[in-house]
Design a protein around this ligand. Structure first.
Ligand SMILES: [Mn+2]
Length: 230
């Protein structure tokens, strides 16, 4: 809801913190007094900076806005990212990159099941990126992928946003909660995209705890078109 409020109220020319304000307002309206961490609201090329929390830039027509945020309720933390165009409409290039990230997220989600090594998830994503980014002429080798994707796809989530636990030599087990947050950061195109959902490992796969949040290009554009009329 808080993310939808940001989408519905975003307009080109707004400051990043103005859009961010709708997140905090919505949280409190629904009884959540605490955020899990400082919200990231980063437009255009600022979306390529990891852990950007200044949120004091001005958005402009044609920018994507990357938001990474979460509420803390009963000591448990949420951690969600969405990326949307402030004017409500993706450009062809933005759509292309967005769908590469989205496809990567789905591949990782499909791989989450008990027994899967944690470290394998990031490899699956990078293999997808190598293939997809080669196709659009951005990269040639796996080493080039690191120029556009420079973090891990998952971390544990719980009583800490980055919950404790070993990542290497560890396999997934039922009951674990982890984020699935692929990103692509193409500074020369002014495009920073991250899509993040929270997954609970089950006996035979995983359940996406944030599955009701709108995510596809079509869903976001339709939702924002509705918001603009209001
Ligand atoms: Mn995260």
């Amino acid at each position: 809801m808080g993310v939808e409020a940001m989408m519905a109220n975003a307009r080109p020319g707004m400051m990043e913190y103005e859009i961010e304000a709708h997140f905090g307002f919505t949280l409190m309206q629904h009884g959540a007094r605490e955020k899990a961490f400082q919200t990231i609201a980063a437009a255009g090329e600022r979306g390529t900076i990891l852990h950007y929390t200044k949120n004091n830039g001005q958005t402009k027509d044609g920018d994507l806005l990357l938001v990474d945020c979460g509420a803390q309720v009963d000591w448990y933390n949420g951690d969600i990212s969405r990326t949307f165009p402030v004017n409500g409409k993706f450009t062809e290039r933005q759509k292309l990159v967005y769908n590469i990230v989205l496809e990567g997220q789905q591949r990782v989600i499909d791989a989450i099941r008990p027994g899967q090594p944690f470290s394998r998830l990031n490899e699956i994503l990078k293999e997808h990126y190598l293939e997809a980014l080669k196709e659009i002429g951005l990269v040639e080798t796996m080493a080039d992928v690191a120029k556009y994707y420079y973090h891990g796809v998952s971390h544990y989530l719980g009583a800490e946003t980055h919950d404790i636990g070993r990542y290497t030599e560890r396999v997934l087990q039922p009951g674990m909660v982890l984020t699935v947050e692929p990103g692509l950061y193409i500074e020369e195109w002014g495009i920073g995209i991250r899509i993040e959902d929270d997954a609970l490992v089950t006996e035979d796969g995983c359940e996406i705890m944030t599955k009701d949040m709108i995510k596809t290009v079509e869903e976001i554009e339709a939702f924002m078109a509705k918001g603009k009329q209001a």
